[in-house]
Design a protein around this ligand. Structure first.
Ligand code: AMP
Length: 280
């Protein structure tokens, strides 16, 4: 695996390689890699000739400075895991490399409704920061395919919107959420869970499964309330438990019994915020 720290060197390398027409698959990450991230590399290896990954903890997408300070960094292990997964190229930029004009960007991405709901509402500015960093990464790497995890469901839709706004041809591939054996969605933030919080954490997935098993056509506000109560009773502080149309993320309170839905939740256990979702 070749490691690049500078955008211009990575660009030169990829431009020379891409001349003969190989496809480039791109897996952006914030590091502290786990099997969920590696499943994206594996999916990219299956369909693309060159797989590029990036590890960059993006300061502009953290609305809570403490969350940024505490974000786990495990770069040596990350490099080993990417090597083992046969990733071809790792981009490991500094903040200055990614934001040569400083962290305050005045560019605004018109994400419309998507930014007004769920994590858009609970983490103001988060998706603007995600778009800032991913736009820059896409300009540098110019991938044919971008690999994203279903775990960050709303982010997948936001980045699809970004690609539309950028008017580029990159195709998005969404990879299913990888879970621990007890159902907890793998996440870099799981490293911050205390032993007792880690024991409680699977309740998030259990609650989503309960929603899937219990939902009936008609009014679903009581179902959402009962699911929230389950989380609160298990010691979580829930930001939201919602059901939405799986393709538009339009939140719903009544289900027609037909349309494809996704159940989504974000909840704190101690001071660690976890998110998860399940197609219903
Ligand atoms: P992050 O490092 O958290 O920014 O995530 C980088 C990419 O890995 C994003 O596309 C995530 O959706 C994806 N990802 C994170 N956790 C998982 C998981 N448990 N299963 C599949 N993909 C994941």
């Amino acid at each position: 695996m070749i490691i690049f720290k500078h955008a211009n060197q990575l660009q030169q390398y990829l431009t020379a390689k891409a001349q003969n027409g190989p496809s480039i698959g791109f897996v952006p990450t914030m590091g502290a890699l786990h099997s969920g991230h590696i499943s994206l590399i594996t999916a990219a290896k299956q369909t693309c000739d060159i797989v590029v990954s990036s590890v960059f903890v993006n300061p502009t997408q953290f609305n809570d400075p403490k969350d940024f300070e505490k974000y786990p960094v495990t770069i040596d292990q990350d490099v080993n895991k990417l090597e083992a997964a046969a990733c071809d190229v790792l981009f490991l930029p500094s903040v200055i490399e990614m934001y040569p004009n400083g962290l305050r960007s005045y560019k605004h991405y018109d994400l419309g409704y998507l930014e007004t709901i769920l994590d858009g509402a609970y983490r103001p500015g988060h998706f603007q920061g995600v778009c800032q960093v991913v736009e820059r990464l896409l300009e540098i790497v110019q991938p044919n395919r971008l690999f994203l995890g279903q775990k960050d469901y709303q982010q997948c839709l936001v980045l699809s919107k970004l690609i539309e706004l950028m008017k580029i041809n990159t195709q998005i591939t969404i990879v299913p959420t990888q879970r621990e054996t007890d159902g907890l969605a793998m996440s870099s933030r799981n490293l911050r869970l205390s032993p007792s919080a880690r024991e409680k954490a699977p309740v998030i997935y259990q609650t989503l499964q309960w929603i899937k098993a219990s939902i009936k056509a008609g009014d679903i506000s009581l179902l959402k309330q009962q699911a929230t109560d389950k989380l609160v009773n298990a010691g979580f502080k829930a930001d939201y438990v919602e059901l939405a149309d799986a393709s538009t993320l339009q939140l719903i309170n009544k289900w027609d019994g037909q349309s494809k839905l996704v159940a989504l939740t974000a909840a704190f256990i101690d001071d660690v915020r976890l998110i998860d979702n399940l197609l219903v």
